[in-house]
Design a protein around this ligand. Structure first.
Ligand SMILES: Nc1ncnc2c1ncn2[C@@H]1O[C@H](COP(=O)(O)OP(=O)(O)OP(=O)(O)O)[C@@H](O)[C@H]1O
Length: 267
């Protein structure tokens, strides 16, 4: 990673999230894997950008590198024009939050919803925790009645709503969404996707969403990068995606493989 560019204030004209030449490697020597290979894209404020591709194409690693969970070997990541350094500080997590695929694994089984939601506010000394919890529970469609429940008392969809509520506690600007509905039943997937779409519209959030499912990204995203073997093969606008006009056969295969997409389009 390049060092932080400067302490210059964030620029309002700059993309909300800009990734340039991002490269992430794992292992050394014969076992070295280039998981992400020179990936670049940017997302305007309030935009929604999807990363699709087959398993192992590097989608999650891009998100994890942005979140600072894995180190970048090369490239830069900038939020509102300000290049990030190698470590993420508290300020970063106030701006950027992540929602993971597995709502079962991502909630502590012995913590109530209240405790799960309190933690980020306490860590960040955000204040007014009580009012924040009540507000986010309403926003994700759960309400006060769920506040003192444990994860085992919740359905998969309700757990994912709690995970989304936790991500909203610090009023972030960017959500990194890693397959946020792929562990859920199909009927519940649509509800959670609609909730995410409503939250983006209401709060002006910026989304970077990983999915192996083109139906999901076509529904949720303005633009989509198709990844293969760590690289971005092509970037499609949602109209091109819906019209199934990709340049690459690999993308056409992904579209064909996306049964839900075909059903939605009546193909
Ligand atoms: N912590 C790690 N250590 C070693 N290799 C890793 C690690 N994380 C990911 N990889 C490798 O990096 C490559 C990209 O993985 P990644 O999980 O980003 O792909 P993906 O497109 O998100 O796939 P999936 O949809 O299956 O999650 C794969 O070859 C994977 O095995």
């Amino acid at each position: 990673m390049s060092p932080p560019s400067s302490d210059a204030p964030a620029s309002p004209e700059a993309p909300e999230l800009a990734v340039s030449g991002l490269t992430v490697t794992f292992g050394r020597g014969a076992t070295r894997t280039v998981a992400v290979d020179d990936v670049s894209f940017d997302i305007p404020r309030g935009g929604s950008f999807g990363l699709v591709g087959e398993s192992g194409s590097g989608k999650s690693t891009v998100l994890r590198a942005i979140a600072g969970l894995v180190p970048a070997a090369a490239g830069t990541i900038a939020i509102a024009g300000k290049t990030l350094g190698p470590r993420r500080d508290m300020n970063f997590y106030r701006t950027v939050q992540m929602v993971f695929q597995d709502p079962y694994g991502s909630l502590h089984p012995r913590h109530t919803v209240d405790r799960t939601l309190s933690e980020p506010a306490r860590l960040h000394r955000a204040g007014d925790t009580d009012a924040r919890i009540e507000a986010v529970l309403e926003q994700v469609g759960l309400g006060h009645g769920f506040r003192f429940r444990y994860p085992h008392q919740l359905s998969g969809g309700q757990r994912q709503r709690v995970a989304i509520a936790r991500a909203l506690m610090l009023e972030p600007e960017i959500l990194l969404l890693d397959e946020p509905t792929s562990a859920l039943d199909v009927s519940v997937q649509a509800e959670v996707l609609n909730l995410l779409a409503d939250l983006r519209a209401e709060r002006g959030l910026t989304y970077l969403m990983v999915s192996h499912d083109l139906a999901v990204v076509a529904h949720m995203c303005d633009r989509v990068a198709v990844m293969r073997q760590g690289q971005v093969l092509e970037v499609l606008g949602v109209e091109e995606l819906r019209a199934a006009r990709p340049a690459h056969a690999y993308t056409r295969d992904l579209i064909t493989a996306s049964r839900g997409y075909s059903q939605e389009e009546g193909a």
